[in-house]
Design a protein around this ligand. Structure first.
Ligand code: GLA
Length: 681
C-alpha cells in the first residue's frame, strides 16, 4: 500500500498562515524543563489520550459488535482501570453517500443502530467514543470526506455523542487553493476543522492525521489540536518501530499538556513482534508521551499482551503530568539512550538495543540530569525491582529490546536496596566473513565466552561468585570465578569455553552468567544475571527455496517482508504469472541469508507485483559477502519479468536489496518470485 506523499514548503510562509488563522492561540510549546503551560486549545488531553483504534487489526472489517465487544474487553481486561478511555472507529464506518440533507450516515449493515447507539453503549461503560473523517473530498478508503461539510459533520459527531475526532489527509482538492503550498492548505483545512469542533460546544479531542511528515504538522498543529501525526503509516515490525521513534528525536519541544506528537497507533499484540519487542515499543511510546491507542484485537489478546498494555509503571511515565517528551541522549546504529524529565524530579531512562545481538548500554545519573546525590534508586519498570546505584546506569540489553527505568536521587543511608549490577556476556564467535559484523556459529564449534560482573552499587559486593550456563546439551568448560570483595565500579571477570552440540537446530541460543554476592555489610545475599547469545546456523543444502529459509535479518519499507503473498493477500503475480513461492518487498528493503560458502547460484523471477500497480520504480541488487554481484538497473511497470541467475560461489552471506531507484517510494512493491538457491549437499 503506497500513495504519493511528497511536498515541502517554506516554514516561514507557514508561520504567517498559522499566525493569521490562529491569532488567538498562545505561541510556543512547553519545553522539557519548562513549567507546563495551560492546555492551549480545548483544555482536553492534559496527558496523552489512552484508548484503542480499530485500523491496524481490522481495516474496513468493522461493525457495532466489534466496537461494543471491544468496549467490554477494555473493562474486563482491566485496561479501563489502567487509564484507557477512548474506543476509536477508524475509516469505513460510514455509508458511501450522505443523506438528502447532506448528513453523514453510518453504514446500515455494519452499524444498524447508528453511531449514537454505539456511543451510548460505550459511555455506559465509562468510556468514550472516537470517530474518523477526512479534510478532503473522500476518506483514504473512499468514503465521503468532510470537505465542504466541516461544520455539519462536526455537529453530527457532537449530536451522536462523539468524544474524539481523527481527521485524515487523503483526497485533498489542492486545485481549489491556487498559490498555496500543501502545508498552507493543511493549516487552513485543519484550522477550520479545529474551529468547527470547538463551535459544537461538546468537548471533542482533535487528532490531526496529516501523515506527510514533510508538512511538519508539529510546527502548526500544537495550537489547533490535541495531537498530530509525526509520521506516515507504519506496521508491525521492529525496523518500523525504530523508524517512527527516530522521527521524534528532535520533536520533544512541540509536545506538552494538551498537545502531543503522535507516532501512530500501537502495534503491541498484533503478532509481528516478540514480547520483548512489544515491551520496547510500548516503553518507547511512553517515553515519547505518545497517545497510547492499542491497535490489537482486545477480545482475544494473550496474557503477555495484556500485561504490556496494562503495565501501570510504564503508563505512569506516559501520563506524567509534566508532559515533557523524552529526548535522545545518545544514538548509534546499535544503541540509544533516551531520557524524560518527570514532574517529581525523577528521570525516566530507556536503554534501547536496536540491534539483533545483545548490547551493553550505559549512561550516568548526572548525564540524565539528576542532581548530585549520595546514590540513586533505579526502578526497573518491567521487572518491578529496584536497585541502588552510585551513579552508573548500565545493562546488557538483549537483542531488539529495551530496559526502562525510573531514577530517583537517594539521600538516605547506603544499602536501602540491593546494589545495581551489570553482567555482560560476550561470545567470541568469529565473523561470517572477514570484516563482517554478522556472527554465526556452526554445530560442533567451540567458542570462547568472556563474562563480567560490574558492581555499580554504593558499597562493595562481597563473597562474589560468577558462573556461566549454556542450554541443555551444550558443554561449558571452565570453573566459576570468585572475589572476596568487588568494590564500587569494579568488575569480576572470567572466560569459559562453550561447545555447540554437534547436532542442534538452527537458532539463537542464550548463555546466562549469574553472579551471587553479599551486600549490606554481608547481611543480605543477592543475585543477578546477564545474557549473551550465540546464533547457530547451518548452510542450506541441495536446491533450497528461499521462501522457506530463515533469514539473518530483514527490513522492509512498508510492513514486514511477506512470504508467498502480496500486501493485499493475493498470490505473488508478475505480468499475469502467479507464483506459489517467493517474497514480497517494498522499497527500501534489505534481506540477508546465511549461505556458509555452500551455494553457487540464485535463480528466480523479479518484477513489480500486479496487485498494486502504479508508477512504481525499483532497483534490485544482490550482494555476496558485501560485494555487489547483481544490479537490475531501474525496473518499472513495463519492464518485462527478469529471470535471475546470479553466481554466488563461496559466499557466506547473501543480501538482497530493493531500492527505490532514486525517485522516492511510490507503489514500489517488488516481488522475488520462485527464488531458488543451488547449493552443495
Ligand atoms: C490513513 C491513516 C491511517 C488510517 C487510514 C484509513 O492511511 O494514516 O491511520 O486512518 O488512512 O484509511
Amino acid at each position: 500500500m503506497t500513495r504519493t506523499r511528497i511536498a515541502t514548503c517554506a516554514a516561514s510562509l507557514v508561520a504567517v498562515v498559522v499566525a493569521a488563522l490562529c491569532s488567538a492561540a498562545p505561541a510556543g510549546a512547553a519545553g522539557p524543563q519548562d513549567t507546563p503551560a495551560p492546555p492551549p486549545y480545548n483544555g482536553l488531553a492534559t496527558t496523552p489520550p489512552l484508548g484503542w483504534n480499530d485500523w491496524y487489526a481490522f481495516q474496513c472489517n468493522i461493525n457495532e459488535q466489534l466496537i461494543e465487544q471491544t468496549a467490554d474487553a477494555i473493562v474486563s481486561s482491566g485496561m479501563r482501570e489502567a487509564g484507557y478511555q477512548y474506543v476509536n472507529l477508524d475509516d469505513c464506518w460510514m455509508s458511501h453517500s450522505r443523506d438528502a440533507d447532506g448528513n453523514l450516515q453510518a453504514d446500515p449493515v455494519k452499524f444498524p443502530h447508528g453511531i449514537k447507539a454505539v456511543a451510548d453503549y460505550v459511555h455506559a461503560r465509562g468510556l468514550k467514543l472516537g470517530i474518523y473523517e477526512d479534510v478532503g473530498s473522500f476518506t483514504c478508503a473512499g468514503y465521503p470526506g468532510s470537505y465542504g461539510h466541516v461544520q455539519q459533520d462536526a455537529d453530527t459527531f457532537a449530536a451522536w455523542g462523539v468524544d474524539f475526532a481523527k481527521i485524515d489527509w487523503c483526497n485533498v482538492p489542492f486545485g481549489d487553493f491556487p498559490g498555496l503550498t500543501q502545508q498552507q492548505v493543511a493549516v487552513k483545512l485543519y484550522s477550520q476543522y479545529s474551529q468547527a469542533l470547538l463551535a459544537t460546544g461538546r468537548p471533542i479531542l482533535f487528532s490531526v492525521c496529516e501523515w506527510n511528515p514533510s508538512l511538519q504538522p508539529w510546527t502548526w498543529a500544537p495550537q489547533i489540536s490535541n495531537m498530530w501525526r509525526s509520521n506516515g503509516d507504519y506496521g508491525d515490525s521492529w525496523s518500523l518501530i525504530l523508524a517512527n521513534l527516530d522521527q521524534e528525536a528532535n520533536l520533544a519541544a512541540a509536545a506538552g499538556p494538551g498537545h502531543w506528537n503522535d507516532p501512530d497507533i500501537l502495534q503491541v499484540g498484533l503478532g509481528g513482534m516478540s514480547t520483548a519487542e512489544d515491551q520496547a515499543h510500548f516503553s518507547a511510546w511512553a517515553m515519547l508521551a505518545a497517545p497510547l491507542l492499542a491497535g490489537n484485537d482486545l477480545r482475544t489478546m494473550s496474557a503477555a499482551t495484556k500485561d504490556i498494555l496494562t503495565n501501570r509503571d510504564v503508563i505512569a511515565i506516559d501520563q506524567d503530568p509534566l508532559g515533557a517528551e523524552a529526548t535522545r541522549l545518545s544514538h548509534t546504529a546499535n544503541a540509544d539512550v533516551w531520557v524524560r524529565s518527570l514532574a517529581n524530579g525523577d528521570r525516566a531512562v530507556m536503554l534501547l538495543n536496536r540491534s539483533d545481538t545483545p548490547q551493553t548500554i550505559s549512561t550516568t545519573a548526572s548525564a540524565v540530569g539528576l542532581p548530585n546525590a549520595g546514590g540513586y534508586a533505579v526502578a526497573n519498570l518491567w521487572t518491578h525491582s529496584t536497585t541502588e546505584s552510585a551513579g552508573s546506569i548500565a545493562a546488557t540489553v538483549p537483542a531488539d529490546s529495551a530496559q526502562l527505568y525510573r531514577l530517583a536521587a537517594l539521600h538516605d543511608e547506603v544499602d536501602q536496596y540491593p546494589p545495581a549490577t551489570m553482567i555482560s556476556v560476550d561470545p567470541q564467535v568469529p565473523p561470517a566473513y572477514p570484516g563482517s559484523d554478522i556472527r554465526v556459529a556452526q554445530p560442533g564449534q567451540t567458542i570462547a565466552v568472556p563474562a563480567s560482573f560490574e558492581n555499580d552499587g554504593r558499597a562493595a559486593a562481597t563473597s562474589t561468585t560468577l558462573s556461566l550456563a549454556a542450554p541443555d546439551g551444550w558443554s561449558v568448560q571452565g570453573a566459576d570465578v570468585y572475589a572476596a570483595s568487588v568494590p564500587t565500579g569494579k568488575t569480576l571477570n572470567g572466560t569459559w569455553q562453550v561447545s555447540v552440540p554437534a547436532s542442534v537446530a538452527p537458532g539463537s541460543y542464550t548463555l546466562t552468567a549469574t553472579a551471587t554476592y553479599r551486600w549490606d555489610d554481608g547481611r543480605q545475599t543477592g543475585a543477578s544475571q546477564g545474557q549473551g547469545a550465540i546464533q547457530v546456523l547451518v548452510a542450506p543444502a541441495g536446491t533450497a527455496d528461499l521462501s522457506g529459509l530463515a533469514w539473518l535479518s530483514a527490513t522492509n519499507g512498508y510492513g514486514p517482508v511477506l512470504i508467498n503473498r502480496s500486501y493485499w493477500g493475493t498470490p505473488l503475480t508478475i505480468h499475469g504469472t502467479t507464483y506459489a513461492h517467493g517474497l514480497w518487498l517494498n522499497a527500501n528493503a534489505a534481506i540477508s541469508y546465511y549461505l556458509g560458502g555452500n551455494c553457487s547460484q540464485l535463480t528466480g523471477d523479479i518484477g513489480l507485483d500486479d496487485s498494486d500497480r502504479g508508477p512504481g520504480t525499483v532497483d534490485y541488487q544482490v550482494y555476496a559477502d558485501g560485494v555487489s554481484v547483481y544490479d537490475s538497473g531501474v525496473v518499472t511497470n513495463s519492464t518485462p519479468t527478469i529471470h535471475l541467475n546470479v553466481a554466488l560461489t563461496g559466499a557466506h552471506v547473501m543480501q538482497l536489496v530493493v531500492g527505490d531507484a532514486g525517485d522516492g517510494i511510490d507503489f514500489d512493491n517488488a516481488d522475488i518470485a520462485a527464488p531458488l538457491l543451488v547449493c552443495g549437499s
